[in-house]
Design a protein around this ligand. Structure first.
Ligand SMILES: [Mg+2]
Ligand SMILES: [Zn+2]
Length: 214
């Protein structure tokens, strides 16, 4: 059966979470506790992605050029391009679903010569950063990019869906996928929610498991 892969970006394709790297680089030390409190409210679903990002941006000291320079230094799992090659050979599909920012994915992918369809929030700069959410779902109300809604819309009825992710925004779509590969904390969230997820550290392991040797 053909597969459609839905792949998270931050911490799944990249080795570091780009949002965390931006907070590290652009939020003053003294403001970090306030920013961490905002993030933990988001993790507990007491703030939507949009409210969370727009509150955190008020603490940012950066312009788009600073952002791009930081993003160009972000590393990816070096086996991700091999995974894409294996998917192309097998005529399987890949969509990247991120509750982060379009600029992050665009910059990192062009830096590494990667061309895959992706869905993310829109980063806007007008004297300061803000975020818009073109892929939100009103019924969900929490996600910026509602990955579950997109997955259900993008999956071909005859395909098996495979979800690959690592974080809080991956827990809901993982429940709706036919197969799940997870890093932490997603692996624990899946286990607690009774979702069968296979732990993975690199895309080579996924290729080996699904297609034989990379
Ligand atoms: Mg992630
Ligand atoms: Zn949602």
């Amino acid at each position: 059966m053909d597969r459609t892969f839905f792949v998270d970006f931050d911490g799944t394709i990249t080795t570091l979470d780009t949002t965390a790297a931006m907070m590290q680089a652009f939020v003053r030390e003294a403001d970090r506790p306030a920013v961490m409190r905002i993030s933990s409210l988001w993790e507990k679903k007491q703030l939507s992605t949009r409210e969370c990002a727009n509150r955190i941006f008020t603490y940012f000291h950066a312009e788009p050029g600073d952002m791009v320079r930081l993003l160009e230094s972000i590393e990816i799992d070096e086996s991700f391009p091999r995974f894409l090659d294996a998917c192309i050979r097998a005529k399987d599909r890949v969509h990247v679903l991120s509750d982060g920012f379009d600029l992050c994915i665009l910059t990192v992918f062009s830096q590494h010569g990667i061309d895959v369809p992706y869905y993310a929030n829109t980063l806007i700069y007008e004297a300061g950063f803000t975020m818009e959410c073109p892929h939100a779902n009103h019924e969900c109300g929490h996600c910026g990019v509602c990955k579950t809604t997109l997955m259900e819309r993008l999956k071909e009825p005859s395909h098996r869906s495979v979800y690959i992710g690592d974080g809080y925004s991956d827990a809901c779509p993982a429940r709706h996928a036919d197969m799940v590969f997870a890093k932490e904390p997603l692996h624990t969230l899946c286990r607690e929610g009774g979702v069968d997820a296979r732990r993975f550290a690199s895309f080579d392991e996924i290729v080996e498991r699904l297609y034989g040797a990379p």
